[in-house]
Design a protein around this ligand. Structure first.
Ligand code: BG6
Length: 482
């Protein structure tokens, strides 16, 4: 279908993945274990991790660990990137597994084979004129840092991350111009295990630890910005926020106030610090909600200076769904979502996993973010998790995915017409990969199908879905044909 949208000429159309969800090769060429390797497959993965006695053990008798195998991108990256190139990708967002570079996280010297692997991926991208966009930490710190150091609440991690970021930026920063520091940094409020390595046995239930961990990550992120800018002034470093547009259930002022606070606490707190370079005024209210004050955290003057001097250059977000806030007791029908839920919105439909589909919410998100920060925005994740069916003729007709992506691309086009500066769009899991929240393969996002089931059976063969040709045309026409 023809559209009238004017996407910028250089708009970075592409796709996004994360190392732990697609690479596999989890113990190859000197890679150390990461926290993602200890997450069991299946819908119960968070229940297992959040049980009080979970201690980061890998118990192969009891569970299967889909992240160990991923989709074996480790041995297929050339073929996979060739498919991305065939779709016309202008950018590819992937993450570096920290434990491939520093296997334990606390070593002085990096693992050269790890650097070699990512060097080869970057070369492969550049061969096709695909701009690499690298996430430094996507839900997978080295397991040792969670197990022996207690995760991000420990200040020592700032130094370890700084060393890692320096190694990566100095190895690749002459060819790579976009880096993201921590994936969905704000999701730690709901799931501190993923981004911060905190589980109940190392203090994950205590919100003060989550804020201490965030503070350490803010400083570490600002160090990465400093390193990048000094190394190559062309490099742009972004924060990465899980953005879930938040609505008050109705016009009751109590719901409106609760919604304002939910926006501040969930959608904006981390961004306010990383983008504006200082803790926002409502920090006081937020901390007191959990029974502590700023002075209870270990925050030094040089930390605050570092955060102030090195804010991020741009904002990146994931957007999948919106959420609703209701505190007056008239509705408590809950709905699931991207690592966080909320009250059911009677105006929206849901996907197979009960996430509410809301393209208008993306336009609102982009307009609000641009209004608040006036920095370029990169939509680095968006997509529909769905069960795909392979027909007898071997084809996959994923029109539902096309509908979802089309409506969200339109929302981006609208936000651009509204005046927001949006620099790119990399839909999530452009090739099917392991789900972060459930460890399933059957929750598929890709335009490329991978023959692999939840138990790890399958040929791993890659097949183009209907959405492959559709997205290729979208990119080819710069959004004119949707
Ligand atoms: C985001 C993550 O939360 O959403 C990804 O950054 C994740 O790692 C994606 O895979 C989709 O979520 P899920 O749980 O369906 O894989």
């Amino acid at each position: 279908k023809k559209s009238n949208y004017e996407f910028p000429k250089e708009f970075m159309w592409g796709g996004a993945t994360a190392a732990n969800q697609l690479e596999g090769g989890f113990n190859q060429d000197g890679r150390g274990l990461s926290i993602a390797d200890a997450l069991p497959g299946g819908k119960q993965r968070f229940e297992v991790v959040q049980s009080p006695d979970f201690k980061w053990q890998i118990d192969e008798q009891k569970y299967n660990y889909p992240n160990h195998l991923g989709i074996d991108h480790y041995h297929n990256y050339r073929e996979d990137i060739a498919l991305f190139a065939e779709m016309g990708f202008r950018s590819y967002r992937f993450s570096i597994a920290w434990s491939r570079i520093y296997p334990r996280g606390d070593e002085k010297e990096p693992n050269q084979s790890g650097l070699k692997f990512y060097g080869a991926i970057i070369e492969e991208c550049l061969k096709y004129k695909i701009e690499p966009v690298i996430t430094l930490s996507h839900y997978e710190m080295p397991l040792t840092l969670a197990k022996d150091y207690g995760g991000w609440k420990n200040r020592q991690l700032i130094g370890f991350f700084e060393r890692y970021a320096k190694t990566v930026i100095e190895s690749f920063g002459d060819k790579v111009h976009y880096f993201l520091t921590f994936n969905e940094i704000n999701s730690a409020m709901q799931h501190p295990v993923m981004g911060q390595g905190l589980v109940p046995s190392n203090g994950g239930n205590d919100k003060q630890n989550v804020f201490q961990a965030w503070h350490n990550q803010f400083v570490a992120s600002a160090k990465a910005v400093e390193i990048a800018h000094h190394f190559n002034s062309k490099i742009k470093v972004g924060c990465m926020l899980l953005y879930a547009t938040s609505y008050a259930y109705n016009s009751d002022p109590r719901n409106q106030l609760a919604n304002l606070q939910n926006n501040q606490d969930f959608n904006y707190f981390c961004g306010d610090v990383q983008i504006r370079g200082q803790y926002p005024a409502y920090t006081k209210r937020l901390f007191s909600k959990y029974g502590f004050e700023m002075s209870d955290l270990e925050i030094t003057e040089p930390d605050l200076q570092q955060i102030k001097n090195y804010p991020v250059d741009f904002i990146s977000i994931s957007y999948y769904m919106s959420t609703v806030v209701e505190v007056t007791g008239i509705s408590n029908e809950q709905v699931a979502g991207n690592l966080m839920g909320g009250v059911r919105n009677p105006f929206l439909k849901v996907n197979d996993w009960d996430w509410q589909i809301d393209p208008t919410g993306l336009r609102i998100a982009l307009d609000e973010l641009y209004d608040r920060y006036q920095k370029p925005i990169f939509v680095v994740e968006n997509g529909l998790g769905a069960k795909d069916k392979v027909e007898d003729n071997g084809k996959i007709y994923d029109d539902y995915r096309i509908d979802y992506l089309r409506s969200h691309i339109k929302a981006i086009g609208d936000a651009i017409s509204d005046g927001a500066d949006i620099i790119g769009y990399t839909p999530w899991g452009c090739i099917d990969l392991v789900s972060a929240s459930t460890g399933q393969m059957s929750k598929r996002y890709g335009m490329i199908y991978v023959d692999l089931d939840d138990q790890g059976n399958g040929t791993m063969k890659r097949t183009k879905k209907k959405s492959f040709e559709w997205y290729k045309r979208v990119i080819d026409t710069n959004g004119r044909m949707l």
